[in-house]
Ligand binder design. Sequence first.
Ligand code: PLP
Length: 284
Amino acid sequence: MKVIWNNQLVERSAVVIDMEDRGYQFADGIYEVIRVYNGSFFTMDKHIDRLFTGAKKIDLTLPFTKTELQKMLSDLIQINQIDTGNVYLQVTRGIAIPRNHVYPDVANVSPVFTASTTIVPRNQEKMNSGITAITLPDTRWLHCDIKSISLLGNIMAKNEAYKQGKEEAILYRDGKVTECSSSNVWMIKAGTVYTHPDGNLVLPGITKMVLLEVARKAGILVKEEAFTLEQLKSADEVFSSSTTAEAMPVIEIDGTAVGTGKPGPIVKQLQQLYLDAVEAQCGK
Ligand code: PLP
């Protein structure tokens, strides 16, 4: 399997990451996960746009144009023969010595770009059965809109869920549900679908964007409106969304069944609408 390292396709074993890399020292960088179905990227433009938006927010000059990045990633999945899988890519601010919190002068430091592929089939079984979750206070920072490689708050939450034998952590801040440790979260009450609006408290999920679009087109009532922990717990249906998991039913929260304890009709409809969107772009 090849990887990309500083705009070149190389063997993974050839990659050398410097101990003075600011990604390693400060988590000073951003990343993306892009899905591949049937050998084609799904919503690649949206992921690339989000990467460029995030880079601007942290004054990071990316070492490629959007077109150059598209070409490199397409070459990568082709050479690795990825049919259904993910591309993980990250860009750090680069190697700066001595270690200094202040951003280094861009004239002296080049960002470090890496990308790799993994074969990841759709988890149809889980999508049919649903997952279990716990709720936790959202202790992360206030720039959750940036897809930062600084994920300590997220992994602490996910690990707590794992320790309790559950699969996801649903986070809340000031009584309002924000998102999950690695996905956006949605609830359905009396036929209306709710999810937290974009802003600094959640990642503007690409899957969320696609689901909002297909749901509205299909005439499903959707509100980008924050809801409380109490509303979450009395919802008819709950689901999470992410690039890899798509629309994933949550059937149990803090040990109590959601609705009937089985994936409900609206999340199933959304899964199908999402699949239609995937097939329209990437083929069957
Ligand atoms: N929220 C968080 C914290 C995430 O880590 C992710 C995905 O990794 C998402 C939301 C969903 O984003 P996307 O749909 O773009 O994968």
